[in-house]
Design a protein around this ligand. Structure first.
Ligand SMILES: *Cc1c(COP(=O)(O)O)cnc(C)c1O
Length: 434
């Protein structure tokens, strides 16, 4: 164990940390259900689903079996010129879950790559239609789309994690972040007839001014995740779709965090009855087992790309459609669909509301937000990780606050007692900081 700590300290990078990390990471030896077991012998209730992914909990027998069975057949084979049942099986399942219009699927390795693929599809589409000047993107502030260069360029340019790279990134068009709140009246609906609703006025002006050079609008539907954990109005998203149609701009919905039930609907676009032209899936796709993502698009986009020069889509990862990842993803989708996931997420939502809402009155708390199986307490000031992380561990829960946010998105299989331990740990550490 000392060995592991020493190797880690001396050699390993962790996400968004210095090397060595300021706060030594905890060693996990195993995980099962909603519990992570540490080398110290302590057990932690997982409130993070390993960043939105482990929706069924850890070490799930059904997912384990799917992996073992596929491993015995073939762990991997290239997807260039070859195909296989695991890819077709996963394809069939995703087609059944997503809107019929989205019937072309590109499998790739990670969320960031799915976003790169989406951006390239949009640019190649307009190129194919003879409108090669349409190659910029538009988005809203407060977004997060990944860490690779194309994805970074559409992350929030100020609050985002990528300000350092601004000068080497493609310059895209940024509208203000939506200020409307999910489930609350759409501001501006009462405005004078013909006026754009106020929350989207600037977005409307920007798309009107730039549409001739825009390939696509990209955003996270309903929930802005790593960019600030904000939940905005479904009416906003519906309006974005209408504006994209009006100005001939594709809509890319980044459902990497929101997909597979997290917000209470299978996909967050369903809250607004919106069908995007390109959709990115990732994170929970394999139930947290392997890195895999998918970019879905329409026959129209695929046909234009495939019939114009150079006649092919210009992307193809080495591990595209990895059979192990496909097999475990299919098993995860089946598990989800056969489970009462929507009741579970609704129950988590109700409990998070009940138990986190009182935090609003604690000193230092700016806001409390809950949607689906996502609960967020926003503080006035950045949280002191050096104090708060050990305090949460002391209370038996695993959470990973960032910036001013203490938040949870637990596995859907969490029971109310374990969830209660998470919410009381949050309330406790906030109350005890004063
Ligand atoms: C996590 C995330 C990504 C990036 O996914 P990776 O698998 O980390 O590359 C992209 N978009 C959204 C909305 C995400 O939450």
């Amino acid at each position: 164990m000392d060995d592991i700590a020493a190797i880690d300290r001396d050699h390993l990078w962790h996400p968004y940390t210095a090397c060595p990390a300021a706060l030594p990471p905890l060693e996990v030896v195993s995980a099962s259900g909603v519990r992570l077991r540490l080398a110290s012998g302590r057990e932690l209730i997982d409130g993070m689903s390993s960043w939105w992914a482990a929706i069924h909990g850890y070490n799930h027998p059904v997912l384990n079996r799917a992996l073992a069975e596929q491993t015995a057949k073939m762990a991997h084979v290239m997807f260039g010129g070859l195909t296989h049942a695991p890819a077709a099986e996963l394809c069939r399942r995703l087609l059944a879950l997503t809107p019929p219009a989205l019937d072309k699927i590109f499998f790739c390795d990670s969320g960031s790559v799915a976003v790169e693929v989406a951006i390239k599809m949009a640019i190649q589409y307009w190129h194919g239609r003879g409108r090669a000047q349409k190659q910029r993107l538009m988005t809203v502030r407060g977004g997060y789309h990944g860490d690779t260069f194309g994805a970074m360029a559409v992350c929030d340019p100020i609050g985002g994690m990528h300000t350092l790279f601004t000068d080497v990134l493609a310059q895209h068009v940024f509208a203000p972040r939506p200020e409307s709140r999910f489930g609350q009246p759409w501001p501006g609906q009462a405005g004078p007839a013909g006026d754009a609703p106020s929350d989207i006025a600037e977005f409307t002006a920007l798309i009107a001014a730039h549409h001739h050079e825009l390939a696509a609008v990209i955003l996270e539907p309903i929930v802005q995740g790593a960019g600030g954990m904000r939940m905005y109005s479904a009416a906003y998203l519906a309006e974005v779709r209408a504006l994209c149609d009006r100005y001939e701009v594709l809509l890319i919905a980044d459902e990497i965090a929101t997909g597979f039930g997290r917000t209470g609907r299978m996909f967050a676009c369903e809250h607004a009855n919106v069908v995007a032209d390109i959709v990115c899936l990732g994170k929970a796709l394999t139930g947290g087992y392997l890195s895999m993502a998918a970019t879905l698009t329409t026959a129209e986009v695929a046909d234009v790309i495939s019939s114009a020069k150079p006649g092919v889509f210009m992307h193809g990862p080495t591990f595209m459609a990895n059979p192990l990842a496909c097999a475990v993803a299919s098993a995860s989708v089946d598990l989800l669909c056969q489970s009462p996931w929507s009741e579970r997420v609704a129950a988590i939502e109700a409990q998070l509301r009940r138990e986190l809402e009182p935090c609003r009155h604690l000193s230092g708390v700016a806001d409390v937000r809950v949607l689906g199986a996502i609960g967020v307490v926003e503080m006035d000031e950045p949280v002191d990780m050096g104090r708060i992380q050990p305090a949460l561990v002391e209370r038996g829960v695993w959470l990973r606050p960032f910036g001013r946010l203490i938040y949870t998105m637990p596995p859907y299989v969490i029971d109310s007692e374990d969830l209660r331990q998470i919410t009381s740990a949050i309330a406790d550490v906030i109350a005890s900081q004063a």
